[in-house]
Write a protein that binds this ligand. Structure first.
Ligand code: GDP
Ligand code: MG
Length: 442
């Protein structure tokens, strides 16, 4: 870490803070990362423009930590595009039931599986749920729903076998009659999908929708389909005008681009995430968690890290000046500790970065409790003591140990190491940045 710091220090020496060019470069990298993650171009453009505008502001301001601010701006904008606050499912008003949820989407998207997951999830909330098999397109679609329903412990309404190809609208109508007559709270209608968008399919879905008047039309979307997500979502929005989105197969290596695209392009919120074939691999969708998933992308992290370094350099430069003049104090050291502590929260984030082996090794050795202990000791000192450790006599040291919940030996250890580091750094004065990250103290 230190090598890298001193290395980049040479380049960034003259840079006091983030410039607009830094922002441009950072946003450029975000753009590339998002496009790589299959986010629709129009969403990427809109997103970059918004981040850029706010980041310019942060770069211009005299804010304490512009790099951190940019990370926050990116995160906030991601959450915003992803839908901000979580939205609950809409249910029929009391006495107006049953509530009807209709599932729509391409073949293989995960509709039938979702019917079971949703059924079980609602069942756990003491709702009486009926699954209705209105996919009569594929020969075994009905059987599949019956199996799923049994696993989920939910009743399934299906057309009687041996009647030839039935009419899905008729099945949906009879399903609704059963649900209304038998006190079901929720009815979930599974529908047919095709491999691609086609008008016949849409017309059928619309006919079912108009027949059962669902509280929610849920568009089920395979998160792995990449750029096709946008085209498909648009077609279904036009075709059935869905009210909510369920993203499936998020257990795969889909990087969340589909979520950004669909929400960005349709404005319809993502309500659930499906994360596996099992019935319990299913959860509410949270915009903030998806934002971190997207931020965890390697490219994104490296750019954040770079921004972080830029900031650290600014501080390091100030410190280097002090070191040269032999003026480094524990006060400065406390500031450095704040920097180091950020590594704690960065640790998890950085650990996920692909190809970060070298940093990871250092991160593994990083002990957050040790930092806390040192910080406690320094905080228990008076400003005068922090500025000049030479005044630390025995009784002062005992007071500091008591105040910080440590021992006199701990205090002595810290003071010794600090004086040694001070000497070392004095000797290296000129080699700017060395030891300025405080690691030498640990
Ligand atoms: P439908 O054609 O839309 O009804 O899709 P299905 O429910 O039949 O699902 C198609 C395939 O995707 C099945 O093999 C499911 O087990 C699988 N599947 C559904 N949801 C998920 C998910 O979230 N993760 C994974 N890995 N597989 C899923
Ligand atoms: Mg199906």
């Amino acid at each position: 870490l230190q090598d890298r710091i001193s290395e980049s220090f040479k380049h960034l020496r003259k840079k006091g803070k983030l410039s607009e060019a830094d922002v441009d470069e950072t946003v450029g990298e975000i753009r590339r990362a998002l496009i790589e993650a299959d986010v629709a171009l129009e969403v990427v453009k809109d997103f970059s423009a918004r981040v850029k505008e706010k980041a310019y502001g942060a770069a211009r301001s005299e804010a304490l930590n512009p790099a951190q601010q940019i990370v926050k701006i990116v995160n906030d904008e991601l959450i915003e595009i992803l839908g901000g606050e979580d939205r609950e499912l809409h249910f029929a008003r009391p006495g107006k039931g049953p509530t009807v949820f209709m599932l729509a989407g391409l073949q293989g998207a995960g509709k039938t599986t979702l019917a079971g997951k949703l059924g079980r999830w609602l069942g756990k909330q003491d709702k009486k749920v009926l699954l209705v098999a209105a996919d009569l397109q594929r020969p075994n679609a009905v059987t599949q729903l019956e199996i799923v329903g049994e696993q989920a412990g939910v009743t399934v309404f299906a057309p009687e076998p041996g009647n030839g190809v039935g009419d899905p609208v008729d099945v949906a109508r009879r399903g609704l009659a059963l649900a209304s007559g038998s006190g079901y709270d929720v009815m979930i209608v599974d529908t047919a999908g095709r491999l691609g968008v086609d008008e016949e399919l849409m017309a059928q879905a619309r006919a079912i929708r108009d027949e059962v008047q669902p509280e929610e039309v849920l568009f089920v979307l395979d998160a792995m389909i990449g750029q096709d997500a946008v085209r498909t979502a648009r077609a279904f929005q036009e075709g059935v005008d869905f009210t909510g989105v369920v993203l499936t197969k998020l257990d795969g290596d889909a990087r969340g681009g589909a979520a950004l695209s669909v929400r960005g392009v349709t404005g319809v919120p993502v309500l659930f995430a499906s994360t596996g074939e099992g019935l319990d691999d299913f959860e509410r969708f949270h915009a903030d968690r998806m934002a971190s998933r997207i931020l965890d992308m390697g490219d994104m992290l490296s750019l954040i890290e770079k921004a972080q370094e830029t900031f650290d350099m600014e501080q390091a430069e100030k410190l280097a000046g002090k070191i040269q003049q032999g003026q480094l104090t524990l006060e400065d050291f406390l500031n450095q500790l704040q920097q180091i502590k950020k590594l704690g929260s960065m640790k998890k984030l950085l650990g996920m970065m692909p190809g970060a082996g070298k940093i990871r090794e250092q991160l593994d050795q990083f002990d957050e409790r040790e930092v806390d202990r040192i910080e406690a000791i320094v905080r228990s000192m008076t400003p005068a003591e922090r500025r000049d450790v030479k005044i630390l006599n025995g009784s002062r040291r005992a007071r500091i140990a008591a105040g910080s919940g440590t021992t006199v030996a701990d205090v002595n250890g810290l003071v010794d190491r600090f004086e040694m580091a001070q000497k070392m750094m004095g000797g290296m004065a000129g080699m700017a940045g060395a030891g300025a990250d405080g690691m030498g103290m640990m």
